[in-house]
Write a protein that binds this ligand. Structure first.
Ligand SMILES: [Fe+2]
Ligand SMILES: [Fe+2]
Length: 163
């Protein structure tokens, strides 16, 4: 059975993942408004992915005879200064998520909770991928700079995600 502390921390992370989903859905709307459908599609896929992260934790808490407690999801930002600044926000956000996953892992180690450590190993690997992708996108946006043609070219490539 999960300790109360571990359970509370996992429930907090479920909320964190739903907030991530919400943030990326908001970015998807932002890119739709900019007529960048590839970027919008990418963010929408990211929204789906974050929900699967939340559900992975949801299932785990239930499997360990814990009690899921869903909390209010904060309203995400709606506007960004540029596509570059939105992607920089993704990178910054994912770094924060990585830190919270690492804190959860440290707690699981402290509590000798081996099952939770194993679950979190998956999330640690996933965060490496998330930060790598976000970094790449920030680089692409920097390359595009203020050249609309390059931005459209990149946006066209982004539509390929998930195909
Ligand atoms: Fe996530
Ligand atoms: Fe993520």
């Amino acid at each position: 059975m999960l300790s109360q502390t571990m359970q509370a921390a996992l429930n907090e992370q479920i909320n964190n993942e739903y907030y991530s989903a919400y943030l990326y859905l908001s970015m998807s709307a932002y890119f739709e408004a900019l007529n960048l459908p590839g970027s919008a599609k990418w963010m929408r896929a990211q929204y789906d992915e974050e929900r699967t992260h939340a559900l992975k934790l949801f299932d785990y808490v239930n499997d360990r005879d814990g009690r899921v407690s869903l909390k209010q999801i904060a309203a995400p930002q709606m506007e960004w200064n540029s596509p570059l600044s939105a992607w920089e926000n993704v990178l910054e956000h994912e770094r924060g998520v990585t830190a919270s996953i690492h804190n959860l892992y440290a707690l699981a180690v402290k509590e000798n909770d081996y099952a939770t450590q194993t679950l979190l190993t998956w999330f640690i690997t996933e965060q490496v991928e998330e930060e790598k992708n976000a970094n790449l996108m920030v680089e692409r946006m920097r390359q595009a700079g203020t050249q609309p043609a390059t931005m459209l070219l990149f946006d066209g490539h982004f539509t390929k995600r998930g195909e």
